[in-house]
Design a protein around this ligand. Structure first.
Ligand code: SF4
Ligand code: SF4
Length: 472
């Protein structure tokens, strides 16, 4: 076992602490929901811009055209994935596997280096949750106000504001569902069909399904998803070491915590820099107290850093009582950024990215498959030739209509019955029944190996092997 592993600490509160939400079983109790206080500061601005960037990207991609089609469309129904100028078919799905491996190693690399920044800044669960909290804050007031309002009788005014909040949440959820499904079915038809009640059943079902998930996850479940349902939270510790950047509280500097006036000298009072204002707990979306130490619920969002920095500023103390730091730095040791594990993940990631682009470059612009007629292996036609029947499937993987030439090799003099020049639309799979006829005197064996050859106007050729049968 590596010595760099973080020591396991039991931070289970010995007594119920109403400031946090860590008491066993209480997280699912609606009366104990977390009222997250809005936090402002450098990291929250970064998180907001990062979230907006991803949101705009997510919403815009399905609407970007390429030629007369969507630039990115994962058309599951037709088993075609359009990526800008290339159409991928199920046989190209090693690319998708590589893409998943790139995403996994990127996550390993980033987590080893910066802990759960993905969770805190870019994970859709966090981005959507903070967006929903923004509406809650604007329509129902601050966290303290909401807590008080919810413990009192529901007034007409509050009911109206709650209704407006849920309407905004539902609108975002439906927009999210439409956008997500728009990656799999043409988005323009989907949106028009959805609002005119003219769409097919399954796309509408999936839009409503994903809208329901968005509403429930970001509106109601929030940190329950991060803490109890997300598998990433469970295996992240395997990637952490003492040089991983985490959100940490400087105990040496902060303790002994306690309130004091701004003018008081903390040293004279025997106090550290933590004034026990609890703002770091109130802004935490997962309802933990970072002063208890590193906890698996922490999503590295930095909200507590911004809240604490504001308090430090107000008190005239140095910022950074809570900061992005490492276990080594907190214990006064040197942080080693470039370490074998991180470099290893980085190297594998680069190899995967290289392989992905090499495979993309090697994707053929056309495909050919050959099916022999299974009902009749051969027949003798009216010209006295031995005739074999095939079905050729020609796939145009480009975004333009193409003309292809078809030929066969391996039989010498051969008669081709059917089209030898075909025009195929972008993404079309053309099925072409045809047959070959050969004078039986020119056939040396009962079974001959032959090659069907497809070529386009730009010197691309593809060969597919098949058999020509004279007799059994
Ligand atoms: S402890 Fe701080 S960084 Fe961790 S989730 Fe809570 S607010 Fe975010
Ligand atoms: S915000 Fe800072 S000063 Fe206030 S309780 Fe948290 S750690 Fe202490």
């Amino acid at each position: 076992m590596s010595q760099d592993k973080i020591d396991i600490k039991d931070v289970t509160p010995k007594t119920f602490n109403p400031k946090t939400h860590k008491t066993k079983g209480d997280r699912f109790n609606p009366s104990n929901r977390i009222y997250v206080r809005e936090s402002k500061g450098t990291f929250q601005t970064l998180r907001r811009y990062g979230g907006w960037f991803l949101l705009v990207l997510f919403a815009a991609i399905p609407w970007i055209p390429y030629g007369d089609r969507q630039a990115i469309l994962l058309d599951i129904g037709n088993q075609q994935f359009n990526f800008i100028g290339t159409t991928l078919y199920p046989q190209d799905l090693t690319l998708l596997a590589l893409l998943f491996m790139i995403a996994a190693f990127a996550l390993f690399f980033i987590t080893t280096f910066l802990g759960r920044v993905w969770c805190g800044y870019l994970c859709p669960q966090t981005v959507w949750t903070f967006m929903y909290i923004w509406f809650e804050e604007k329509l129902e007031g601050s966290a303290n106000k909401r807590r008080k309002q919810d413990s009192n009788k529901l007034t007409a005014n509050l009911a109206m504001r709650k209704a407006a909040k849920h309407a905004a949440w539902i609108a975002i959820a439906i927009a999210t569902g439409l956008t997500f499904v728009g990656y799999f079915v043409p988005v323009k038809q989907l949106v028009v069909g959805f609002f005119t009640f003219d769409a097919d059943f399954w796309p509408v079902f999936w839009v409503l399904f994903f809208a329901g998930c968005t509403y429930a996850n970001a509106g109601w479940m929030r940190s329950i998803v991060c803490v109890h349902m997300c598998p990433y939270a469970r295996f992240q510790s395997a990637m952490f070491d003492k040089d991983t950047f985490i959100v940490g509280y400087n105990t040496k500097r902060g303790e002994t915590r306690g309130p004091r006036s701004r003018k008081a000298d903390p040293k004279a009072l025997g106090l550290g820099d933590c004034i026990d204002c609890d703002l770091c707990v109130q802004v935490c979306p997962t309802g933990i107290d970072i002063r208890d130490g590193l906890q698996y619920e922490c999503i590295n969002c930095g909200a507590c850093i911004d809240a604490c920095d504001k308090t430090m500023e107000r008190m005239g103390y140095d910022k950074g009582l809570i900061s992005y730091t490492t276990e080594h730095r907190l214990s006064g040791k040197h942080t080693k950024v470039l370490r074998p594990k991180l470099l290893g993940y980085g190297a594998v990631l680069l190899v995967m990215i290289g392989l992905f682009f090499a495979q993309i470059a090697a994707v053929d612009p056309a495909g050919l498959s050959v099916l022999r007629d299974r009902n009749q292996l051969f027949r003798v036609n009216s010209a006295g030739e031995v005739e074999n029947t095939y079905t050729l499937k020609v796939i145009n993987k480009t975004q333009q209509t193409q003309q292809y030439q078809l030929n066969v090799e391996g039989l010498g003099d051969v008669s081709w019955y059917g089209k030898q020049t075909v025009q195929v639309a972008p993404g079309e799979v053309l099925s072409l029944p045809m047959s070959l006829g050969v004078n039986p005197d020119n056939l040396d064996s009962s079974v001959s190996k032959i090659q069907f050859i497809l070529s386009d106007s730009e010197d691309f050729t593809i060969e597919v092997e098949s058999r020509f049968i004279k007799k059994l």
